[in-house]
Design a protein around this ligand. Sequence first.
Ligand code: 5GP
Ligand code: MG
Length: 203
Amino acid sequence: MNRRVFLASLFLLHTTSYCMEGKSDLTLADFTPLISKEEIQSAIIRTADDISQDYKGKSLTLVMIMKGAIHVTSDLMRHLKVPSTLEYVQTSSYGQNGTEPGKLTLFGLERLDIKGKDVLLIDDILDTGETLSQVTHELFKQNPASLKTLVLLKKSKGDPLNLKRYADYPIFTIGNAFVIGYGLDYKEQFRELPDIWVKKLNN
Ligand code: 5GP
Ligand code: MG
């Protein structure tokens, strides 16, 4: 290889990897607002009222699925009119590219205290139902008195009969695009946004 060809291929290599990086790393400019913080807050207050009615005279054990459910759990807990305690498990399912599901891993089951308790499992978003199905399966093994599920968002994909697990309290139903904000991440970023944003088409 002569020097000019060598330099040209170095340049090509550099620009190719730069372009690939640019394409795979999304920024907030690749998203558009979907649900405002005001809409989120009033829907959570309505749901907290419904749950408080359903559990009148009881107390609740909230099991939050970390990390995406952090804000919905915290806001819901503050609006419940029944006493509650807080437990958590952690799942991670999104693969390296940040927007496509990978293999589900589940941590923290061994230190839960839910035996004989009325449990509300809380996740950020329900897509196929795989996460809720696997986590509820594990929680039932610990003999809670009852177990219901809440999700902030439910994707409207496909036949509901094919869902692995439904949610007892779905707060919003959305389309099938990738969303971030209010706890939901893209490669661990954007969880801090107070509202929910959806990935623009063709990005
Ligand atoms: P499922 O197991 O129901 O197919 O997917 C639920 C899990 O996938 C959620 O707990 C969440 O971590 C992740 N997920 C699904 N859709 C989205 C999305 O649009 N954005 C983000 N950030 N995570 C998602
Ligand atoms: Mg999750």
